[in-house]
Design a protein around this ligand. Structure first.
Ligand code: 13P
Ligand code: SF4
Length: 360
């Protein structure tokens, strides 16, 4: 496909979203990327948060974290370029140890992945011996390696249920854990761990099992959480919802489960990025507002031209936004940035990721 054909293909989707001047520029880069992709026998996986021109041109597959993990597990290409963040690329490497996995921006991290270490998980396991550990895929490989099974926002409750355990350690997203607890009728506690000062400030309402100050024996709980947060979704508030509803009374509001329980309860729907996309496709509201990374609003608007998408772009994911088409081209050209996972960690992390993929 030459750059004119690529431009026409992108324009068909993005006519009302991206001005021509940008489409023409990005179409040329997309053609370069596709040539490099062929030369290197590569597959490009693009998360739903990628900016619209990238999302609608170069990925072989787009989707949410679970979907892209499955695609990574199935690929027969030599090189996987992950247009997403580091934990996603690491998951692809965990599943494909012999393939080259590239992340176009070396620093594309995630506040949830940064919130917990493997030592934290070991300390929790020592505190709650024998209790199975579920970790959100938004964690690094060494944390996954300490876990029994992973989950994503689209299968979290199902993964917890699959363990048939009275108690489950669920890490590290405080809000996802609280949303799962509410949806499954479970009680959650947030233990403190010595030396992790930030987690010692536990509010009275859900303080429990504190270091040396509480006994877990006389408490009723089924989930044990951690106070990690997504720096994007934690910023959406009930006030945002009320203000938008006051202006657009018939808006359908969709919130990612990394939003606070107050926000997900006040929204009309809560689900993974793929589930939100499906909700918009299958419903008929006069307006929609997605409480998630704003680039996804553009992508959903492009796929549903007859539907009115409101954007709330004051909150952005700085990590997802680091992935540009220029850097994606350069990642294939210069073979960077290569994701490596030490084999002893990979083997253990593989069990947790593979177990998740098999049950969902
Ligand atoms: P999804 O699994 O819903 O795509 O979410 C990934 C993510 O990082 C949300 O912030
Ligand atoms: Fe991480 Fe939040 Fe960005 Fe998703 S939106 S990658 S959870 S910081």
């Amino acid at each position: 496909m030459n750059s004119n054909e690529m431009y026409e293909k992108m324009k068909a989707k993005l006519d009302r979203i991206v001005p021509d001047v940008e489409l023409r520029y990005k179409a040329e880069i997309a053609v370069e990327i596709n040539e490099l992709k062929l030369q290197r026998n590569a597959v490009i996986l693009g998360h739903n948060y990628m900016e619209p021109a990238l999302f609608h041109s170069i990925p072989d597959f787009t989707g949410d974290s679970l979907d892209l993990s499955r695609k990574a597990a199935q690929t027969d290409k030599d090189v996987i370029v992950f247009c997403g963040v580091r934990f996603m690329a690491e998951t692809a490497k965990i599943l494909n140890p012999t393939k080259t996995v590239l992340l176009p921006a070396v620093k594309a991290g995630c506040s949830l992945a940064e919130s917990i270490t493997a030592a934290d998980v070991r300390a929790l396991k020592a505190k709650f011996p024998g209790v199975p550990v579920v970790t959100y895929v938004n964690t690094y490989a060494d944390v996954k390696a300490e876990s029994d099974i992973c989950c994503t926002s689209s299968n979290a409750a199902a993964v917890v249920d699959s363990l048939h355990s009275e108690t489950v350690i669920f890490l590290p997203d405080e809000y996802l854990a609280k949303n799962v607890a509410r949806d499954t009728g479970k009680h959650i506690i947030f233990p403190t761990i010595a030396g992790r000062g930030v987690f010692d400030q536990v509010p009275e309402s859900d303080q429990a099992a504190g270091e040396g100050t509480h006994s877990t024996n006389d408490l009723d709980y089924q989930l044990i959480g951690w106070r990690g947060r997504c720096e994007v979704h934690e910023k959406f508030t009930l006030k945002d919802i009320e203000t938008v509803r006051a202006q657009f009374p018939d808006v359908a509001i969709l919130a990612h489960p990394e939003c606070s329980p107050e926000v997900t309860a006040a929204a009309d729907f809560s689900g993974s990025t793929n589930a939100m996309i499906r909700f918009v496709q299958q419903s008929k509201a006069p307006h929609y507002l997605l409480l998630t990374e704003c680039a996804m609003g553009d992508n959903v608007a492009a796929a549903n031209p007859e539907k009115d998408m409101l954007r709330l772009c004051m909150v952005r994911c700085p990590h997802m936004n680091m992935i540009t088409m220029e850097d994606t081209r350069d990642s294939l050209k210069f073979n960077r940035y290569i994701i490596e996972v030490p084999e002893e960690i990979r083997v253990k992390a593989y069990q947790a990721v593979d177990r998740m993929i098999k049950i969902s």
